[in-house]
Design a protein around this ligand. Structure first.
Ligand code: PMP
Length: 343
């Protein structure tokens, strides 16, 4: 369930949107890369035409970045779009997917949209939502797709690559292990993409919504095993990734400085929240921190009254927690001070 918009909350509270600090949807507090905005402006007056080379140019650039074949890169409307493409390519009616609980809701939603079912494996708050093969495999029963989120939403925990490999080794050959790296840029661990090239049963999701700051454009991708490459033509809607989104993503990929600044701010803010918030927090490799506050709904509501929007984690099955996205240094300091008033 996406977080609520600043305008909506401001209207409801009768306050100026500029007076709100929105730390509920893990967005980039530095905004989009200026180079991406420039690229959108440059191509805006040609959107009367269907996309031309932008989609293939972006595919080729991503393939080069990760040293994989172009056919292995499935550009999509957000990582959400790739989840749908994988559901469509992998699931027959009645097939199941295995997903983390708590976890990102769209894996299950997409499976159900494609007439599939859902089984969950539990990550435990008591051990910091640690992710290992044993935990995943304890719930495995031949599901067609196994989702691993690393860094994990909402906790920020990661799964080491040897554990990902252990999951892939232990599951059936026709089971695809999908490693969701939507927050990969923020983590200090290697991507699982090299595994995709080594084997036939691992895929990786990535997005331009987080570190690249392009959430509103809906652009992401998956890297799939070579043998899956041809399925893209069957599962993709024509022109699914739009011209301006592809152009912006191409420009954003050239703007390393913006990503570096974003990641640096986020790592600082993670540490600041962990040190200064008057509540226990979970070690996070993402651009957010999960905090155990007792009554998440009450704290999120009290924070909102003070102008800070954070995520009440009741819908994740964690009613005692809130998730706080990392803001700019100024936003983070102010938000933590206001949140501490509510604790
Ligand atoms: N995976 C995870 C773990 C996420 O948290 C999100 C966004 N909240 C996504 C995928 C989807 O991102 P998008 O569709 O914006 O690329």
């Amino acid at each position: 369930m996406p977080g609520r918009g600043v305008e909506e909350v401001a209207r409801e509270r009768g306050i100026d949107p500029d007076d709100l600090i929105k730390l509920s949807s893990n967005e980039n507090p530095h905004g989009p890369s200026p180079a991406a905005v420039e690229a959108i402006r440059e191509h805006a007056d040609r959107v009367n035409q269907y996309p031309k080379s932008s989609h293939t140019d972006l595919t080729a650039k991503i393939a080069e970045l990760w040293d994989v074949d172009d056919e292995q890169v499935w550009v999509s409307p957000g990582a959400d779009g790739s989840i749908d493409y994988l559901s469509r390519a992998a699931l027959e009616p009645g097939d199941e997917v295995l997903v983390p609980s708590p976890g990102f809701a769209y894996y299950a939603m997409s499976s159900r949209y494609h007439h599939g079912g859902v089984t969950e494996y539990d990550l435990s708050p008591a051990d910091g939502f640690a992710q290992d093969a044993e935990t995943v495999l304890s719930a495995y029963g031949g599901e067609r797709i196994v989702y691993v989120t690393s860094p994990h939403n909402p906790s920020g925990s990661t799964m080491p690559l040897d554990e990902v490999e252990a999951v892939a080794d232990a599951t059936a050959p026709e089971t695809l292990v999908v490693v969701d790296e939507a927050y990969g840029e923020f983590a200090d661990v290697d991507s699982a993409i090299p595994l995709v090239d080594e084997r036939d049963d691992v895929a990786v999701l990535r997005t331009f919504s987080k570190a690249y700051g392009l959430a509103g454009l809906r652009i992401g991708y998956s890297v799939v095993p070579e043998s899956w490459g041809e399925a893209y033509a069957r599962v993709n809607t024509p022109f699914a990734a739009n011209e301006l989104a592809c152009r912006a993503a191409l420009a954003a990929l050239d703007d390393d400085g913006h990503v570096e600044k974003t990641v640096e701010t986020s790592r600082w803010a993670r540490g600041y929240i962990a040190d200064e918030l008057d509540a226990p927090t979970v070690d996070s490799a993402g651009n957010f921190v999960l905090a155990a506050v007792g009554d998440g709904e009450r704290v999120a509501e009290a924070a909102q009254e003070r102008g800070v929007i954070i995520r009440d984690c009741t819908s994740f099955g964690l009613p005692e927690h809130v998730r706080i996205s990392t803001g700019t240094r100024e936003e983070t300091r102010e938000a933590v001070a206001l949140l501490n008033e509510t604790l």
